[in-house]
Ligand binder design. Structure first.
Ligand code: AMP
Length: 220
């Protein structure tokens, strides 16, 4: 049985949050919520949320706080969140972090544990510009790992480059991260919730170190 504990993954775009979120949520037995995935699905489905979010996303800007806070607040009311949630890509601004602190307290949930995945800027740019995503299973692959393959190695789906992984948007996303999201490291450090892990190296090894940092049983 897992404990009802929430985890927040922090890290710049390209730090490996999506990849680690999938592994860690499985290991911890908690639900993975990616606000980026929710928004991309809304864009693909052409919902009002998707239509209002798309231009921000394509530019590499953040969707307004009230939209995201409302979306996550509603999602947290659903039954599958009861045993804990791993937040990937949320919160991204101080107002979002403060809103999440309030919502979790209102729902009687414990303070979340926060894991920051750290990767240098040059490596982030290299990873983001060489990243391909599967339209079917949302799997993420580097051009190196694909070594010329044009279909998803997991499900055979079509691979594409996200509009916001193009060079101009990558630069903007890194600027937005430094200005708006990096201050959350101090916010959570001050609350005694922050753990840091090095995000370069083998995916499984990073996950092992991350689980140990989160104090998960069986991590070592
Ligand atoms: P991601 O897949 O997490 O990199 O998110 C892709 C894009 O979705 C971001 O560049 C933002 O435009 C938008 N987005 C995702 N999560 C948030 C959030 N918490 N706040 C604002 N915008 C977000």
């Amino acid at each position: 049985m897992s404990q009802a504990a929430d985890v927040i993954l922090l890290g710049a775009p390209g730090a490996g949050k999506g990849t680690q979120a999938k592994l860690l949520s499985q290991e911890l037995g908690i639900l993975h919520i990616s606000t980026g995935d929710i928004l991309r699905a809304a864009v693909a489905a052409g919902t009002p949320l998707g239509r209002s979010a798309q231009a921000y996303m394509d530019r590499g800007d953040l969707v307004p706080d009230e939209v995201i806070v409302g979306l996550v607040g509603d999602r947290l009311q659903e039954a599958d969140c009861a045993d804990g949630v791993l937040f990937d890509g949320f919160p991204r601004t101080l107002p979002q972090a403060e809103a999440l602190t309030r919502v979790l307290a209102e729902q009687g949930r414990a303070e979340p544990k926060v894991l920051a995945i750290e990767v240098g800027e040059e490596e982030l740019v290299r990873r983001l510009s060489g990243r391909r995503t599967c339209r079917t299973c949302a799997g993420i692959f580097s051009l190196e790992a694909l070594s010329g393959a044009t279909a998803c190695p997991k499900c055979g789906g079509e691979l594409y480059q996200r509009a916001d992984d193009a060079a101009e948007s990558v630069a903007q996303r890194l600027r937005v991260y430094a200005a708006q999201t990096a201050p959350l490291l101090d916010y959570y450090a001050a609350r005694g919730a922050l753990r840091r892990v090095e995000g370069q190296g083998a995916v499984d090894e990073i996950a092992r170190v991350a689980l140990a940092a989160l104090g998960a049983q069986g991590a070592d």
